[in-house]
Design a protein around this ligand. Sequence first.
Ligand SMILES: Cc1cc2nc3c(=O)[nH]c(=O)nc-3n(C[C@H](O)[C@H](O)[C@H](O)COP(=O)(O)OP(=O)(O)OC[C@H]3O[C@@H](n4cnc5c(N)ncnc54)[C@H](O)[C@@H]3O)c2cc1C
Length: 387
Amino acid sequence: MQHKQQTDFDIIVLGGGLIGATLALILQQQGKSVLLVEKAPPTTKLTSLTQSWDARIYAISPANQQLLNKLGVWPAERVQPVSRMEVHGDTNGHISFDAASVKVPYLNYMLENRYLLARIWLALVETDVTTVQSKPQMISTDVWSAQLTLENGSSYRSQLLIGADGAQSWLRQQAGITVNVSPYQQQGLVANFNTEKYHHGCAYQWFSHGDILAYLPLPGHQISIVWSTASADKLSHLNGEDFACKVAEAGNYQLGELCPITPVFAFDLIKRQPQTIISQRIALIGDAAHTVHPLAGQGVNLGFADVEYLSQLLAHADDLGSWSLLRQYQRSRLLAVRTMQQGCDGLFRLFANNYLPGISWLRNQGMNMVNNLDSLKNQLTRQAMGL
Ligand SMILES: Cc1cc2nc3c(=O)[nH]c(=O)nc-3n(C[C@H](O)[C@H](O)[C@H](O)COP(=O)(O)OP(=O)(O)OC[C@H]3O[C@@H](n4cnc5c(N)ncnc54)[C@H](O)[C@@H]3O)c2cc1C
């Protein structure tokens, strides 16, 4: 007898990156029937992933660490907790953030994209989430449901269709949602290095003539860097050793000499603000709903916060894609996301501005002033940690 393929689901998630896969897992654990559509499922062979390090490393906030821990996907290994952060301005400005001063063990946790993703996909298989490897071809929605037709010819229906298909979201485009796109005229460079000196769980950041360089600690004598720079073209064409010298020099040899352990990877820095993140029977999450300058390491954290809020709304809803539920999701997330985008934008522009007389003195004195105001500094720290 031929087994009839299931075509009706409570929810369809398009895109199985960190954000879409996490939401699919939570909703399935809530007892909903979920279909996850992903064009390129990741490898789940953990042993092959431990042979090297992924250059895409995230600073996961404690709030999101708790979320992933509750789901049972937080790894016990290949994680580096961060207990301190030192930020340097372009002259004598300096702020330091300490986990102890806000009475938490760590400010955040450094973790690889592909290792976490593999663990989430392994959990998807264990919880019987239906996954399909394909691309979408067409959507249609009415007041009750959304229908998704894939390139492989299959068609599926659900009460709600989630767009977790990344910054260039196909679903966002199909829903006719326009996006305000603001490029930063810079690229981000990421790479990992062995360091001469140990980092002691401290992250460093330097603002210098519009460039922003971050050293993010990894287990052992290793770091990952994110360098937002207008000179990315020139720097990314250097050989590994020459690039390592430039990174060590730009970081004032804080951790001594550096030795490359991954190639350099470059990506465009763009702020994206869709005019809405909902449409009839559709909600956008993660990079499909927003992208942000990486200077505060909040891109993926904003996505996890979308997941947490939307999954709470859906937990006890009768109609999973009702307009009132979607409006509630949009109201809450748009404000939080726009606040973070404006904050990162403001900081970026403050340090990129070298034309106004006295601006350099002001911004560096400002940093020193904040550094001496414990209550303001602690409030900023707690906000960045999602507490
Ligand atoms: C190099 C790099 C470094 C970064 N570093 C940081 C950092 O340090 N800190 C930080 O917070 N953020 C960082 N970010 C941003 C962060 O990666 C994103 O915010 C996060 O990955 C968003 O996750 P997502 O699941 O929404 O999107 P994505 O990770 O883009 O996942 C989208 C998924 O959808 C799938 N998909 C796309 N289109 C289709 C389609 N048509 N059909 C089927 N499937 C589809 C894709 O294959 C992918 O699996 C970095 C980004 C890059 C590129």
